[in-house]
Design a protein around this ligand. Structure first.
Ligand code: NAD
Length: 337
C-alpha cells in the first residue's frame, strides 16, 4: 500500500522504515500536520498515517476521499481527534494502536510524581549553580500515602502495581468492572468521590470521551483532599484547565503534573522557543513552581516506538490483504466507552 505520513519526526521515519523492510509498503514522510491544506498531499495514496494532534474533521475527510484515500492509520491509542461519524459516512477505514507500552506511560507518570515531590528539576538547576542548600526541596515519603487511580485499563493497572511496590494504598475508580488481579494485589475499588476525597495523589488513566470531558472541574477539584497532587498523562480535555489554575492559586491543589494539555495541538511537537506563545492559560501554568509539564512524551520509549511501527504496519497489512483488522476504530467502540 502507499501510505502518506503526517507529523512525521525523524524517529518515526527510523522506526517505520525498519519495520517496513520486509513488507514493502511505500511510505512517504511529511513533517507537517494534517490540515485542510496539506490533505491534498495525500492525493493518490491508499492511506494516511497520523498522530495524536492531527485533527481529522469532516472537511479533511472529504478532501482525503476526493484524493482517493480510504484508510486512516492512527499511530496512537486515542482516537478522540477523529470525526468517526464522518469517516463512517465516507466509508473510510480507521485503525489504531490500542496498546504499545503501558510501561512507558505508567513509568513517566511515576517520574512526574517523583519530580514534583522531590523537586528534581529545582535540585538539578541548583547543584549546577553550586547552590547546595536544601531549603524548599522538602518532599514526603510515598510509602504509606494513598494514591487514586482513575481508569485501571492497561496503563492504570501497570501504574497501580508499581505504586503498591512503593508501599502505597491504592484506591481505584473505573466505569468498567473491577480488575480481579488488581484487587488480589491489594487495590481497592471505590466510588469516584471517595478516590478524590481520600487520595494524596490522583492520576488520570481513562480515555477522553464525552463522558470524561472535564472530569476534573471546579466541583470535582473541591472534593479533593486539600494539598493533593494531580497528574494527567491521558488527554488534556479531561481537565478544565482554568478551574485547575484557580485550585492552584487557592492552594487547594498542592501540585500538578501534566503530559497533555487541552490545546496542545497548537504547541506540542514543535520548537516554539523563539516565538511569542499566545496561550495565556498555558503560560500561567508555567509560572507555578509546583507544576511540571512535559510535552506529550510519556509514550516516548524505544520499546513503544518499535511496537507502534509494528502494530501500525500490521494493521495496514491486514487491510491490504482484505482481512478484518482487530484494531479497527468504529463508532461502536466510542459508544462502548
Ligand atoms: P485502556 O482503554 O486500556 O484503559 C482505559 C480505562 O479507562 C478502561 O479501564 C476504561 O473502562 C476506563 N474508563 C473509561 N471511562 C472512564 C470513566 N469515566 N471513569 C473512570 N474510568 C473510565 O487505555 P490505556 O491504554 O490504559 O490508556 C489510557 C489513556 O492514556 C488513553 O486513552 C490515552 O488517552 C492516554 N495515553 C497517553 C499517552 C501519552 O503519551 N501521554 C500514551 C498512550 C495513551
Amino acid at each position: 500500500m502507499k501510505i502518506f505520513f503526517y507529523s512525521a519526526r525523524p524517529y518515526d521515519k527510523t522506526h517505520f522504515t525498519a519495520a517496513n523492510a520486509q513488507r514493502g509498503h511505500t511510505l512517504e514522510f511529511f513533517e507537517g500536520r494534517l490540515t485542510s491544506t496539506t490533505a491534498a498531499l495525500a492525493r493518490g495514496f491508499d492511506g494516511i498515517c497520523t498522530f495524536v494532534n492531527d485533527a481529522i474533521d469532516a472537511d479533511i475527510i472529504a478532501r482525503l476521499v476526493a484524493g482517493g484515500t480510504r484508510l486512516i492509520a492512527l499511530r496512537c491509542a486515542g482516537f478522540n481527534q477523529v470525526d468517526l461519524v464522518a469517516t463512517t459516512a465516507a466509508g473510510m477505514t480507521v485503525v489504531r494502536v490500542p496498546a504499545y507500552s503501558p510501561y512507558a506511560v505508567a513509568e513517566h507518570t511515576i517520574g512526574l510524581i517523583l519530580t514534583l515531590n522531590r523537586k528534581f528539576h529545582r535540585a538539578y538547576a541548583r547543584v549546577r549553580d553550586n547552590n547546595f542548600l536544601l531549603d524548599g526541596l522538602e518532599g514526603f515519603d510515598l510509602h504509606g500515602k494513598t494514591i487514586g487511580v482513575i481508569g485501571t485499563g492497561r496503563i492504570g493497572s501497570v501504574f497501580a502495581k508499581i505504586m503498591l511496590g512503593f508501599g502505597c494504598d491504592v484506591l481505584a475508580f473505573d466505569t468498567a468492572p473491577p480488575n480481579a488481579e488488581l484487587i488480589s494485589a491489594g487495590v481497592q475499588y471505590v466510588k469516584l468521590e471517595r478516590v478524590l476525597g481520600a487520595a494524596d495523589i490522583v492520576t488520570l488513566h481513562c480515555p477522553l470521551t464525552p463522558a470524561t470531558h472535564y472530569l476534573i472541574n471546579a466541583h470535582t477539584l473541591s472534593l479533593m483532599k486539600p494539598g493533593a497532587m494531580l497528574i494527567n498523562t491521558s488527554r488534556g480535555g479531561l481537565l478544565d484547565t482554568s478551574a485547575v489554575i484557580d485550585a492552584l492559586k487557592s492552594r487547594r491543589l498542592g501540585a500538578l503534573g501534566l503530559d497533555v494539555y487541552e490545546q496542545e495541538g497548537d504547541l506540542f511537537f514543535a520548537d516554539l522557543s523563539d516565538r511569542i506563545v499566545g496561550d495565556d492559560i498555558f503560560q500561567r501554568l508555567l509560572t507555578f513552581p509546583n507544576v511540571i509539564i512535559t510535552g506529550h512524551q510519556a509514550f516516548f520509549t524505544q520499546e513503544a516506538l518499535c511496537a507502534i511501527a509494528e502494530t501500525t504496519l500490521g494493521n495496514i497489512d491486514a487491510i491490504a490483504a482484505g482481512r478484518d483488522c482487530d484494531n479497527a476504530v468504529t463508532l461502536s467502540l466510542v459508544c462502548s466507552k
